[in-house]
Write a protein of this length. Structure first.
Length: 145
């Protein structure tokens, strides 16, 4: 099991390879990417920032909770900070488990907990040159703008 805040591009294939085990009947890879449209506005990039010591601890705590809850230590999570362009990976989650249902559930649990608990913020850059911080409370309530 590994979880980390990173400043480099995330290699989804590498995460999946790291999490995979011969005892696993399923391996799930979730990749979150920067999209080009949000709330009707054209996005040209995103700056992710974090309170890194706390974000790192919370990310590791979430991975540990998922490990215990879904009975697998085959979990690898990375969340990127810094400037990301459209299409780049912001978060990668790989989970391997003997059973697919548990692998899917663990992956979903991890991404939802990241959105709720990890102190990472994003500032969107728009095609018109303006920038705005995305309201973290809206994200936490499932109403991402």
């Amino acid at each position: 099991m590994r979880a980390a805040i990173v400043e480099r591009p995330i290699d989804g294939g590498g995460l999946l390879s790291e999490a995979s085990r011969t005892t696993s009947g399923a391996a799930i890879l979730f990749i979150g990417t920067v999209r080009d449209l949000n709330d009707g506005r054209r996005v040209s990039g995103i700056d992710y920032s974090a309170y890194e010591p706390m974000a790192d601890l919370e990310l590791k705590a979430i991975a540990g909770e998922a490990s215990r809850r879904f009975e697998t230590d085959s979990i690898v999570v990375e969340h990127r900070i810094g400037h990301l362009e459209i299409g780049e990976t912001s978060v990668g989650i790989a989970v391997a488990h003997p059973h697919r249902e548990a692998a899917y559930e663990a992956s979903r649990f991890i991404i939802e907990q990241i959105k709720l608990r990890v102190p990472i913020w994003k500032r969107e850059e728009y095609a018109d040159g303006s920038r705005e911080w995305v309201d973290p409370m809206a994200i936490r309530q499932g109403v991402e703008r």
